[in-house]
Design a protein around this ligand. Structure first.
Ligand code: SF4
Length: 439
């Protein structure tokens, strides 16, 4: 228990540099004291439950863009081992964190098995367990939160921005799709059935005490996130951002690390405003985006629509991207969907990093290495640089043709032809020079 001791944020404020900060600073290649100041101000979070031994990971300003992968059972498909396999596959594919969103089967068992099988930070959404196993009551919500914290969960999504105030804005909005967040809709269900305030909002101080006890990082959920392009930027969404900003302040005052979640479905030209507004009203809290998908018309390809939005959002300051899989809007993801979604989201995160002033030099070194390998037609080196070497190798060798170029242009390989042309020019120049300087 952390009772009587300081949280990571409080230690950082006292000028101390705990091991977690040293390790993250080393991984990110920044000065430990600079990172300490960012943690102290709340602009970077390092999610790590005191009951769990995870590899510390930083999310926020001046750090590389991180990728979370969602997994978990549903009421129709609930196999603990399958979820563990997905968790391990996601980590192998490069996921920085995982979230267990299980709503079917033995929820405690699935969560504990996932926590045991990986060393990356793991998050959950406690309201799901309250809705499945407990009555959706204030007591049930806090029981689920405390149980998950005790098990070692490192961060939790709590939909505290869905309260009577934002509910009112929602009722006055003209959305096509209403609410598409499960946690958001469950919070609305509670408020409409009881006429009472969302318990996580009403008893936020108690929630902060629980967070303190286990050093839980809060992920303040965007329960009113729009679910389609047409609804992308309405008052209910911005009202929720403002609430989240106030709740970030209260978390920071209590020494609790907090990040905020954002939408969802946003057209490309509105992403910059959306990201900057969220960053502004939350005083630079680490921003965790679900997508955003930039069009609604591509089911089966939403990992791509989300990667387009994720790249733009990352470029404007989003710190943490939630992987979207090809099965988004269609089905519970399979292990293959999870792997593909993870890699595609990592591509979005890296593409954003190439354009982020604080991290672009480090990010560009990777691309530079690939460019040199391509120019040399050095295939093993290219595979080594590839974000998905297995797929690159499979495509390269699938026809069984072994060339030093590739079958794309074969003997008209532009790289080789241009090199030969340059060499010919050099040789001609050299010959001319030698001729002119020979007595
Ligand atoms: S053959 Fe064409 S595509 Fe292939 S390496 Fe050469 S230039 Fe590139």
């Amino acid at each position: 228990m952390l009772v009587g001791t300081m949280t990571l944020m409080e230690e950082a404020r006292r000028g101390r540099i705990p091991e977690e900060i040293k390790l993250v600073a080393d991984k990110e290649g920044i000065e430990p004291d600079k990172l300490r100041r960012l943690v102290a101000s709340g602009r970077v979070v390092i999610p790590k439950n005191i009951r769990r031994d995870v590899e510390p990971l930083g999310i926020g300003e001046t750090l590389t863009t991180k990728v979370n992968v969602n997994l978990g059972s549903s009421q129709d498909l609930a196999e603990p081992d399958a979820e563990v396999k997905k968790a391990m596959a996601a980590v192998k594919a490069g996921a920085d964190t995982l979230m267990d969103l299980s709503t079917g089967g033995d929820l405690d068992l699935i969560r504990r098995k996932i926590l045991e099988s990986v060393t990356v930070p793991v998050g959950t959404v406690p309201i799901y367990q309250a809705a499945v196993e407990e009555d959706l009551t204030s007591q049930g919500l806090f029981n689920a939160l405390e149980q998950q914290a005790k098990d070692g969960v490192d961060f939790v999504t709590v939909h505290v921005g869905v309260n009577l105030n934002s509910f009112e804005r929602l009722k006055r909005s003209h959305r096509i799709m209403g609410v598409v967040s499960r946690g958001g809709s469950l919070s609305l269900k509670y408020m409409s059935e009881t006429g009472k305030e969302n318990p996580y909002y009403a008893e936020y101080d108690y929630l902060l005490e629980v967070a303190r006890e286990y050093e839980l990082t809060l992920s303040l959920g965007d329960g009113l996130r729009p679910g389609c392009i047409e609804d992308a930027s309405d008052r209910a969404k911005y009202m929720e951002f403002i609430m989240l900003g106030e709740l970030v302040d209260r978390a920071r005052e209590a020494g609790i690390q907090a990040m905020v979640e954002g939408p969802g479905h946003v057209p490309a030209d509105e992403i910059e405003t959306s990201v900057k507004a969220m960053k502004y009203v939350t005083d630079g809290a680490p921003l965790y985006l679900l997508g955003p998908v930039v069009t609604d018309i591509a089911p089966g390809y939403d990992h791509i629509t989300a990667a387009i939005g994720g790249t733009i959002a990352g470029m404007y300051g989003t710190d943490f991207l939630c992987a979207t899989t090809p099965s988004e809007h269609l089905d519970l993801p399979t292990e293959e969907d999870i792997v593909e979604g993870t890699i595609v989201t990592r591509i979005a995160a890296h593409s954003a990093d190439l354009a982020k002033s604080e991290v672009k030099d480090r990010a560009r070194a990777w691309d530079r290495k690939m460019a040199v390998a391509r120019n040399e037609l050095d295939w093993p080196a290219q595979f080594e640089c590839a974000i998905d070497p297995k797929k690159a190798r499979q495509i390269r060798h699938r026809r069984g043709v072994e060339l030093d170029t590739c079958t794309m242009c074969s003997e008209f390989c532009a790289i080789r032809l241009a090199k030969e042309a340059m060499k010919r020019e050099d040789d001609t120049e050299k010959g001319r020079f030698e001729k002119e300087n020979t007595c």
